[in-house]
Design a protein around this ligand. Structure first.
Ligand SMILES: Cc1cc2nc3c(=O)[nH]c(=O)nc-3n(C[C@H](O)[C@H](O)[C@H](O)COP(=O)(O)OP(=O)(O)OC[C@H]3O[C@@H](n4cnc5c(N)ncnc54)[C@H](O)[C@@H]3O)c2cc1C
Length: 490
């Protein structure tokens, strides 16, 4: 890094992790977690965001000069202050998602943005008797100066969903303040599943729900280094395996999205890293700001995934000779059915930027109706798109023979009998495309993507509530208009 830039190389990111001593547990405590094959594949995803930031071709999109440090920083750590910032950020997420399906850094970036907007609101409501915003800005500078990629821990374990935190049999289902001292707070509880938590230097915690006075101990926001005493991080998704085949796609072979569960066991957080401490009226504010931002991020990454599915659908039709009309169906129409959601969600992303509002903190917030609708529509149509791609690919993707048989000179002719389709397409290309489709729509890795599309940034009901709540006035106008028209006979 030089005086004008705070941009680490991807190797510097890896080296920084190796200097840490977190408790990361797979089936047992990992002595060298960053040597673990699955974790390294997650690190590769994050590394790409460091590499592209230093690549002239992507520099304008990936970097920005921070108004707080005056240095060029990675855009993931920037607080969008203009519509142009928002546009470039979405372009960055989309570009990365085309390559890795989930860029992973959005959660941490959205948590930074949430704290920037939220802490200002708390201080203002206290007539600036509190200094959360200034504290947070110091933390933000630390993140930007050191080019750290934090993870964002919002979702609590939650226990029995019908009960409030104070009514739970297991108190640690929700992360809460155990005690407060002059120096800081002690916290316990769990957050799950947390993207990037297995290979992040910093954990940012914000409340995931609204809380009343009885649950004020859960209204807490803070940040800690991942190797803080009392923090344990569990590797999740035991069945989501690293792919190793020569023809395995990069998603699975080079890149993997491994989630983590973070357990806080009476963890001490110094005061300067506490950004909300029991002000229960603001828990929902923080949660809603985050949800709005994170669903907005989905309007950038999900079109990329739909575009990848569109490309796979088009190419498999070419390879298999299934383009055009077939009985009562038409392949172009099927491809269109997948692609239409990419266009729709991209449009909603643009609308969310166009109608974005500047907050009192100076940071921009996307329009909540368009941001939530973008996530809602992408989630609604995701499984339909998968179904269409599965239909178009035929039954081969989950039924491929072992790829080494293609190199076996005694058995290669059997593989040719199975895999030869359109003239000119090699059996290797045919195999690799089917394997890519398998990973996208019939694998553990693909399953994680499907769950992410449903639950990431909150579930469908929460999105509907946000859309409905923000649309009520406009919907009432619709009713009043019809009432006026229908009563014109009077
Ligand atoms: C791939 C992936 C990555 C993720 N990454 C992160 C991350 O980085 N950081 C983070 O903080 N979180 C992350 N999450 C968590 C995500 O935000 C949650 O999964 C999401 O908010 C839904 O919460 P839940 O899983 O607890 O499901 P639930 O809230 O239990 O929802 C399951 C179903 O139950 C319903 N339901 C919920 N409560 C009730 C009730 N009281 N009564 C009746 N029905 C109810 C819901 O509507 C839904 O249909 C990730 C999730 C996934 C899948």
């Amino acid at each position: 890094m030089n005086e004008k830039e705070a941009l680490r190389t991807s190797d510097e990111y890896r080296e920084a992790l190796k200097k840490m001593q977190p408790s990361i547990i797979k089936h047992q405590l990992l002595q060298n977690p960053y040597e673990d094959e699955d974790i390294q594949k997650g690190m590769n995803v994050v590394a790409l965001s460091y590499d592209l930031a230093r690549d002239e071709k992507y520099r304008d999109m990936m970097t920005v000069t921070s108004p707080f440090t005056g240095k060029v920083i990675n855009r993931f750590n920037h607080i969008s202050l203009t519509r142009e910032d928002m546009r470039k950020k979405q372009q960055m997420i989309h570009t990365l998602a085309k390559e890795v399906f989930c860029a992973q850094r959005c959660v941490g970036g959205d948590a930074l943005h949430t704290l920037f907007v939220g802490t200002y609101k708390v201080d203002k409501s206290n007539n600036f008797a509190t200094d959360y915003h200034e504290r947070f800005k110091k933390y933000l500078k630390y993140i930007q100066e050191n080019d750290i990629s934090p993870c964002g821990a919002v979702t609590d374990g939650k226990g029995d969903r019908s009960l409030a935190p104070s009514e739970q049999h297991e108190k640690d289902s929700y992360l809460h303040i155990v005690r407060e001292t002059e120096e800081g707070i002690y916290v316990s509880g769990i957050k799950i599943p947390i993207t990037m938590s297995l290979y992040s230097e910093e954990i940012i915690v914000i409340p995931g729900l609204q809380y009343n006075k009885d649950n004020a101990d859960c209204a807490v926001a803070f940040a800690v280094p991942a190797d803080t005493e009392g923090v344990e991080i569990y590797v999740l998704g035991p069945e989501i395996k690293s792919l190793k085949g020569k023809m395995s796609p990069t998603h699975g072979k080079k890149y993997l999205n491994k989630e983590g569960m973070i357990v806080f066991n009476n963890v001490f957080v110094p005061k300067e890293r506490v950004f909300l401490c029991g002000e229960f009226r603001f828990a929902a504010t923080f949660a809603n700001i985050f949800a709005n931002l994170h669903r907005f991020a989905y309007t950038a990454c999900k079109p990329a995934v739909y575009e990848n599915m569109t490309g796979a659908a088009m190419l498999i039709s070419e390879y298999n000779g299934t383009k055009g009309e077939y009985f009562l169906s038409n392949n172009s129409e099927k491809v269109f059915e997948i692609y239409k959601t990419a266009i729709t969600v991209r449009g909603l992303c643009k609308a969310a930027i166009e109608d974005a509002q500047e907050t009192e903190s100076g940071a921009m917030m996307p329009d909540p109706i368009f941001a939530n609708m973008g996530k809602y529509i992408s989630s609604e149509n995701f499984h339909k798109a998968i179904s269409t791609l599965q239909d178009m690919a035929g039954g081969l993707p989950p039924n491929l023979p072992y790829e080494t048989l293609l190199e076996n000179k005694d058995l290669r002719d059997r593989m040719e009998k199975l895999l030869t389709r359109k003239k000119g397409v090699s059996i290797e290309d045919q195999y690799a495309l089917n394997e890519l489709i398998r990973v996208m729509v019939a694998s553990n890795e693909g399953g994680l993507l499907q769950f992410g599309s449903k639950h990431g940034g909150g579930n469908k009901e929460a999105e509907k509530v946000a859309i409905y709540g923000n649309s009520l006035r406009a919907m009432n106008d619709c009713k009043n208009c019809i009432q006026r028209m229908s009563q014109e006979y009077k």
